[in-house]
Design a binder for this molecule. Structure first.
Ligand SMILES: *Cc1c(COP(=O)(O)O)cnc(C)c1O
Length: 392
C-alpha cells in the first residue's frame, strides 16, 4: 500500500505534507506506518499539548462516547457547561460560545464586535485593525483579517473593514484608529507569522488606547493559549485582559473545538438567533477539553512549561552556529530565526526522528508537549546539532 500516492490521487493538494504516514502515538512519541518512531516537537501544531493519547483524555472520551456523542445546542449538556465554567474562571471574562475551529472562533469574535456597536446604534463603527504577519484563519473574513498576503492571494473580493498595522508599533496603531474602528484584533504572540511575542508594555498601551477610544480588544489565543506559554492565557504574562479572547487548537484535548469568551457586557449582544453552530461544544470534545484542563491544573504542568522553557532556550542559545540569528518566544512556543531557509534542516530532523515545524521560511518553531522532560529536550537538541553540522 502506498498511502502517500493514494492520498495524492484523492486529497486536494492544499498542504506541503512531509513524506511520512503517521499511524499512532504515545505521549511525546509518534510512529509512522514503517514502524519508525519520532519525537514530536509539533504537538499537531499545539493541539496535543499533553502528547498523544493521554490516559485522562482517552478515558474521558471513551466514557462520554458511551453515554452520548452529540446533542444539539437547543438543549443543555453537562460537559459543555463544565468546560465553560473553567474557561470563565481562568479567563476572568464573562461568557463562552463554543464552535469547532480557530477560524470559526475568530469569525464569531468579529461578528460579536460588530454586533456590539450595532446594538448601541453605532452602525458605522465596524472596522477592525489587525497586525502585519498575523494569522487568523482561512475563511473569507479571517483570511482578510490575516496580515499576510500569501493567505489572501486569489480570493478577492476580500471582506471590507480590515486595516493592518505593524506589530509592536504602538504609534502606528494609534494613528490608524478612526471613528469607524470598532476593535483591535491580535495575537499576544504571533505564531504562524514567525513566533513574535508582544514587547513588554506594548499590550498595556494597546489596552489603554482601546479604553480611551472605546474599542474592543480581541486576543487570538488559538495557538498561544491553553497553557502553552506557562499561564493558561498568554495575556496573563502581560497583565492585561481583552474584551474577547478566541481559542481552539489545544482546547478540545485533541478533538476539534473552538471557542470565544467575552465580557458579560459584550456577550449580551449575542442573544437568541444571533449566532450558532451545530457541533459547537459537542459533548465528546467538551469532555476531552475538561480532561485536558483538569490534567494541566492537577499536575502543575504550567510550572513545568516555565522550567523546561528556560532550559530549552538555554540549550538552543548554547548551539554554536553563525546561521542562528535569534531565539525568541514564550513558554513552549519558541522560535529560532536563522539567516538561511530552515526547510532543509526541518526535513533532515524528521529523517533523524525529530518532528519540528517552521514559522515562515527562516524560523524553526518548537512546540513540544507541555509535560516534556529536560531529558527529551536534550535528545531533540542533540538531533538538531547533528543536523546543523551536516547541513553546514
Ligand atoms: C491555527 C490558528 C488559527 C486558525 O485555526 P483553525 O482551527 O485552523 O481554523 C487562527 N489563529 C491562530 C493564531 C492560529 O494559530
Amino acid at each position: 500500500m502506498d498511502y502517500i500516492e493514494d492520498g495524492k490521487n484523492v486529497l486536494m493538494g492544499t498542504y506541503g505534507r512531509f513524506p511520512i504516514v503517521l499511524e499512532r502515538g504515545e505521549g511525546p512519541w509518534v510512529w509512522d506506518t514503517e514502524g519508525k518512531r519520532y519525537l514530536d516537537f509539533t504537538c499537531g501544531i499545539s493541539v496535543n499539548n499533553l502528547g498523544q493519547c493521554h490516559p485522562a483524555i482517552v478515558q474521558a472520551v471513551q466514557k462520554q462516547a458511551a453515554k452520548m456523542f452529540h446533542c444539539s445546542n437547543l438543549y443543555w449538556s453537562i460537559p459543555q457547561v463544565a468546560l465553560a465554567e473553567k474557561l470563565v474562571s481562568y479567563s476572568g471574562l464573562g461568557k463562552v460560545f463554543f464552535c469547532n475551529s480557530g477560524a470559526e472562533a475568530n469569525e464569531g469574535a468579529i461578528k460579536l464586535a460588530r454586533k456590539y456597536f450595532y446594538d448601541q446604534g453605532q452602525t458605522d463603527k465596524n472596522e477592525i485593525i489587525t497586525m502585519v504577519k498575523s494569522f487568523h484563519g482561512r475563511t473569507l473574513a479571517t483570511l482578510t483579517a490575516t496580515g499576510q498576503d500569501k493567505v489572501k492571494t486569489g480570493f478577492a473580493p476580500l471582506m471590507p473593514g480590515f486595516h493592518y498595522v505593524p506589530y509592536n508599533d504602538f504609534e502606528g496603531l494609534a494613528a490608524a484608529v478612526n471613528d469607524r474602528t470598532c476593535a483591535v484584533m491580535m495575537e499576544p504572540i504571533q505564531g504562524e507569522g514567525g513566533v513574535y511575542p508582544a514587547d513588554a508594555g506594548y499590550l498595556k498601551k494597546v489596552r489603554s488606547l482601546c479604553e480611551e477610544k472605546g474599542l474592543l480588544l480581541i486576543f487570538d489565543e488559538i495557538q498561544c493559549g491553553m497553557g502553552r506559554t506557562g499561564t493558561m492565557f498568554a495575556y496573563e504574562n502581560y497583565g492585561v485582559r481583552p474584551d474577547i479572547v478566541t481559542l481552539a487548537k489545544a482546547l478540545g484535548g485533541g478533538l476539534p473545538m473552538g471557542a470565544f469568551i467575552a465580557t458579560d457586557e459584550v456577550s449580551a449582544s449575542f442573544g437568541p438567533g444571533s449566532h450558532g453552530s451545530t457541533f459547537g461544544g459537542n459533548p465528546v470534545a467538551a469532555a476531552a477539553g475538561n480532561a485536558y484542563l483538569e490534567t494541566v491544573a492537577e499536575k502543575h504542568l504550567l510550572d513545568n512549561v516555565k522550567t523546561v522553557s528556560a532550559y530549552l532556550k538555554d540549550q538552543l542559545a548554547a548551539i554554536d552556529d553563525s546561521r542562528i540569528k535569534e531565539i525568541r518566544g514564550m513558554g513552549l512556543l519558541l522560535g529560532m530565526e536563522m539567516t538561511v531557509e530552515v526547510a532543509p534542516m526541518v526535513n533532515s530532523c524528521l529523517k533523524q526522528g525529530l518532528l519540528l515545524l517552521n514559522a515562515g521560511p527562516n524560523v524553526i518553531r518548537f512546540l513540544p508537549p507541555l509535560n516534556i522532560t529536560e531529558e527529551l529536550v536534550d535528545s531533540a537538541v542533540a538531533i538538531l546539532k547533528k543536523v546543523f553540522k551536516e547541513e553546514a
